[in-house]
Design a protein around this ligand. Structure first.
Ligand code: AMP
Ligand code: ZN
Ligand code: FE
Ligand code: FE
Length: 277
């Protein structure tokens, strides 16, 4: 029998993914995954539903999130794993981050309007139908209303960092993000470090209590994964991985396509501090 595999980086329509939690569970079952985590942007809202759908299919589920945080003026994504989804502070704070996302959509739409693109913020919210809207929703609205031919075009013409409609988003400081995850019983992992150019800041993250690096990721070539695995070893961090699947995409969904062995999850569990009370 082949070794059990897991996927620790997945999105649903509770943020910018297109799948429902049930569709994610079904896709995980089809890929024969032993465990998955839901890491929607700035929310834990879909976790309880996906936990139930996984339970019905005998798939282990780890409640997670992917927070956008600020580190020295750079945006980075911080994954949280093994979160208590009833944690009040986590719910209160992520609600604030969702408000920052909503404000940012208004900012992006204002910029688009300045450029003569007559998109309405409600066009985006009607399409997103979630509390954590993001640029992919703006891109999809631009395509739906005929302003762009594809999501890729929307990003490259308007929405990528530095493009004419791009505006920054208010993000929480990384130390606060790490602490928020820890106080909710979770582990804090730097998402896709290969997509950021902030390796020099990893020691600061370690000092702030970072637990791990996401080494395996769809957009990490083998050499990148190796580099971060070595770095994780040096800093005493755990290594994690996931596909960052946002739904069906252009064809087959990414879920399960980044091969992460189940042993990773065991190591993560060993890193969770025992409750102090
Ligand atoms: P936001 O959190 O609103 O800034 O949006 C970031 C999300 O947009 C990422 O998590 C990706 O899912 C997606 N994204 C970023 N760049 C691109 C791109 N060039 N094309 C398509 N999707 C992108
Ligand atoms: Zn995303
Ligand atoms: Fe990310
Ligand atoms: Fe992601």
């Amino acid at each position: 029998m082949s070794k059990p595999l897991i996927d620790l980086h997945l999105h649903t329509y509770y943020s910018d993914g297109t799948f429902t939690p049930e569709q994610v569970a079904k896709a995980a079952e089809e890929m024969k995954l032993a465990a998955i985590s839901l890491t929607d942007h700035d929310t834990i809202e879909g976790c309880d539903r996906l936990a139930k759908a996984c339970d019905e299919r005998n798939i282990e589920f780890i409640p997670g999130t992917e927070l956008s945080v600020d580190i020295e003026g750079n945006e980075m994504h911080l994954l949280g794993y093994f979160l208590d989804t009833q944690n009040e502070r986590l719910i209160t704070e992520t609600t604030k981050y969702q408000q920052n996302r909503t404000n940012r959509v208004h900012g992006l739409v204002d910029q688009l309007n300045e450029l003569g693109i007559e998109l309405d913020a409600d066009d985006v919210f009607d399409l997103a139908k979630c509390k954590a809207p993001g640029r992919p929703h703006v891109a999809r609205a631009l395509v739906k209303h005929g302003f762009c031919g594809s999501v890729d075009e929307a990003f490259s013409r308007f929405l990528r960092r530095g493009a004419p409609a791009w505006v920054s988003k208010t993000n929480v400081d990384y130390r606060e993000g790490i602490e928020l995850i820890h106080q909710a019983g979770g582990l804090a992992v730097m998402a896709h470090p290969g997509l950021n150019k902030i390796d020099h800041l990893i020691p600061d993250l370690v000092k702030a209590g970072l637990d791990g690096l996401e080494c395996w990721h769809t957009r990490h070539p083998k050499s990148t994964a190796k580099r971060y695995r070595e770095m994780a070893e040096r800093y005493g961090l755990i290594i994690t991985g996931g596909s960052d699947c946002h739904g069906a995409g252009r064809g087959h969904p990414l879920i399960g396509t980044v091969r992460v062995p189940y042993e990773i999850l065991e190591k993560m569990k060993n890193r969770i501090p025992a409750p102090t009370d």
